[in-house]
Write a protein that binds this ligand. Structure first.
Ligand code: 5FR
Length: 302
């Protein structure tokens, strides 16, 4: 096997100065394209010294011409690098060269929950319970760190080799500086956006992530988001009028429907809070982890 020559675009070089002030270089090999999101493209990047593989988000400096985009990236890095939890994607480090900014993140070999739901059409309740419990664990940690994610969705929830869920993509996250502070910028992904973000009269806070959790649970169990339509404006109208229903052809227990209803409340304050959520009927017994076989077929009804 002939290793790519250093000038080959497959090699990324990080130059840095070590503690003695000496200029050093780390070399990485660019691997498979993993996907893209926003301004970023994601590639596998292997540290040639340690052979550790990362999911590296590449953002071209050219795409950061607007100060808004630059500020958003700065905030993503600042918030994500400050977090360390079993159910939050690990932020390893970031660096830049002449053309790009590279963010090296924990690679999750089993891709995102969005890929899983698309592939399986919809998940069994035992699977939803297992994944939702892990997401709540990560949400509680973020809440303790005064961080609102604001873009929780299946595509930002990754599965590592052990089938653990990792919350990723803090591009829309915000730090709540003081209690009661309200955020105003409209952001999120249409299907998952909370009504108060759309009305933007009173501003929004932590509760927007609880709404998204309700949308995530519905989408796992029914195979599509509750307010999805062909037209984003119609989706926003359905969200604001809380207009959704459970497809009757899918058999889902009452506790699952009740769990979803307790989160998809228009009034943010009446949503089931993180302090009580683990006591809900829906989360009374579930497996710690699911076998990788469930990536392609439902768990047996054992
Ligand atoms: C081996 O690990 C992966 C493989 C794949 C994969 O096979 N993607 C293929 C790419 C080619 N197309 C045609 C099919 C899917 C996808 C994701 C992987 N892992 C993987 C991907 C990861 C992360 C961790 N781990 C993190 C963190 N951020 N991102 C990240 C970042 C961006 Cl900007 C975009 C995407 C893709 C869209 C999405 N939300 O999944 C992902």
């Amino acid at each position: 096997v002939d290793l790519p020559s250093p000038i080959d675009s497959q090699i990324v070089i990080e130059t840095y100065t070590d503690s003695t002030g000496t200029e050093c270089q780390k070399r990485y090999r660019k691997g498979n394209f993993l996907g893209k999101g926003g301004f970023a493209k994601c590639y596998e990047l292997t540290d040639l010294e340690s052979n550790i593989k990362y999911a590296a988000k590449w953002i071209t400096k050219a795409s950061l011409s607007k100060p808004r985009a630059k500020q958003k990236l700065k905030s993503e890095i600042q918030i994500h690098r400050s977090l360390e939890h079993q159910h939050v994607v690990k932020f390893h480090h970031h660096f830049e060269d002449k053309y790009n900014i590279y963010i090296l993140l924990e690679i999750c070999k089993n891709k995102s929950l969005n890929d899983l739901v698309k592939r399986r059409k919809r998940l069994k309740e035992v699977e939803a319970k297992c994944y939702i419990a892990q997401i709540i664990s990560g949400m509680k940690y973020m809440n303790n760190r005064n961080v609102i994610h604001r873009d929780l969705k299946l595509g930002n929830l990754f599965l590592n080799e052990k089938m653990e869920v990792k919350i990723g993509d803090f591009g829309l996250a915000a730090k709540v500086v003081f209690d009661g502070e309200k955020k105003r910028t409209i952001c999120g992904t249409p299907n998952y956006i909370a009504p108060e973000v759309l009305s933007s009269r009173v501003g929004h806070s932590y509760e927007v992530d609880l709404w998204s959790l309700g949308v995530i649970t519905f989408t796992m169990l029914f195979g599509r988001p509750p307010f999805e339509t062909r037209d984003v404006k119609l989706t926003y109208r359905k969200i604001k009028s809380n207009n959704y229903s459970f497809p009757s052809h899918v058999i889902v227990s009452d506790e699952s429907k009740d769990f979803i209803k307790s989160l998809l409340k228009t009034d943010p304050k009446s949503r089931l809070g993180l302090d009580k959520i683990m006591d809900h009927e829906f989360l009374q017994n579930y497996p710690e982890l699911l076998p990788a076989s469930t990536l392609s077929c439902p768990p047996s009804r054992s």
